[in-house]
Design a protein around this ligand. Structure first.
Ligand code: ZN
Length: 368
């Protein structure tokens, strides 16, 4: 026994030493990997948001599925596919082109969480420019918050980001002196970071151009029939309460505006101007087969004369009312579109509550 022990001892010591060295090496490798992963995560992972897909969502993708160069950049963003049981047309619905225009973001979020599609396909992107959604850079209105909070029916306080209008400064090359759109027109250099001045984008361009390009790839690949881009403007802006339509979409837009008017929602209609390039309603209409629309609601957070805006509970323009306008406009556009296509081309969406119930409500009680 003793001799055995003696014989074995050195071996066991060697084994132990080997094991300790091996464990140390493994943990060093894993430690280094974890550190590398952390570094990558903080530098390049797209910002994530509290979005809880509901019964209507049949698949989740990333914008980078349509332009791989966007993977691991601040511009990547989740895409929610909602396929109905019946064949039909396809709607691309997005908010967050401008990250501070939160009614569009929340209308898209509510569609993902509670909406359903009975016919056709709806592709929803709540944060079209996820770089702009990272934080509020204060450039548009210093009195606006970084976050806003909505309380659900169960009493949970959910937090949502109040983002910026433009792609974050550090996410692409410094702004040029003058931004020249490839299709014409010269505007302020900072507009190089404005997603709604960069359409139809460029595959190897700036981050903003790449985000746009991926949206156009998506529209082509998924044979999108209708595009609706949800925005907000200042309360006193000419744009507030407006549907901007591509020339090909004017007829459907006019029917939708009439439908909304009968429901007590007054939206003005305007046609895309030929001379302004890079805007979604113009370029999706020109470069894809889709009918393109842009809807604007008034956001007190974009109004310079309001020093401390309440972006959720403003008595004149509460968030719930603005989200109601967006979703009612989407419904009206789809209904009008349905009159212009064969029965198997319609797009039908629904909610487990009347959209009118949103008016004057606590928006959070409609979320999950
Ligand atoms: Zn906007």
């Amino acid at each position: 026994m003793d001799s055995h022990r003696r014989d074995f001892r050195p071996e066991r010591i060697v084994l132990r030493r080997t094991a300790i060295v091996a464990i140390a090496c493994v943990s060093m490798v894993y430690g280094a990997r974890a550190l590398a992963a952390q570094t990558v995560a903080s530098a390049a992972d797209p910002t994530s948001h509290d979005i809880r897909p509901g019964y209507g969502v049949t698949e989740t993708r990333w914008l980078s599925d349509y332009l791989p160069a966007l993977a691991n950049t601040a511009g990547d963003t989740p895409i929610y596919l909602m396929r109905g049981d019946m064949e039909g047309g396809t709607l691309l619905l997005f908010g967050g082109t401008h990250g501070n225009e939160i009614a569009g973001v929340m209308a898209a979020t509510l569609m993902v969480e509670r909406g359903t599609v009975s016919q056709g396909t709806v592709i929803v992107i709540p944060h079209a420019n996820n770089s702009a959604a990272q934080r509020n850079d204060g450039a548009r209105h210093s009195g606006t918050p970084q976050w806003f909070e909505l309380t659900t029916a169960s009493g949970e306080a959910r937090r949502f980001r109040y983002g910026s209008r433009l792609t974050a400064v550090g996410d692409q090359d410094p702004d040029p002196e003058v931004f020249v759109h490839p299709l014409g027109g010269e505007i302020a250099g900072s507009e190089a970071r404005n997603l709604n001045r960069n359409h139809p984008g460029k595959a190897n361009g700036t981050l903003t151009e790449q985000i746009s390009y991926a949206l156009f790839q998506l529209a082509a690949k998924e044979s999108v029939d209708v595009v609706i881009d949800m925005h907000e403007s200042s309360v006193t802006s000419r744009l507030a309460h407006m549907v901007v339509c591509h020339p090909r979409a004017m007829e459907v837009g006019a029917m939708a505006v009439l439908d909304l008017e009968m429901d007590g929602i007054a939206l003005k209609q305007e046609v895309s101007q030929q001379e302004f390039r890079g805007l979604s309603h113009r370029e999706f209409g020109d470069h894809t087969d889709a009918l393109a629309f842009l809807v604007e609601t008034p956001n007190p957070g974009q109004e310079d004369s309001i020093e401390e805006p309440d972006v959720v509970n403003d008595p004149e323009a509460p968030l719930s009312g603005r989200v109601h306008t967006h979703l009612r406009a989407v419904k009206a556009i789809l209904d009008s579109y349905g009159f212009t296509v064969p029965a198997d081309g319609k797009i039908e969406i629904g909610f487990p509550f009347s959209l009118d119930a949103l008016k004057g409500s606590d928006l959070g009680t409609f979320l999950r």
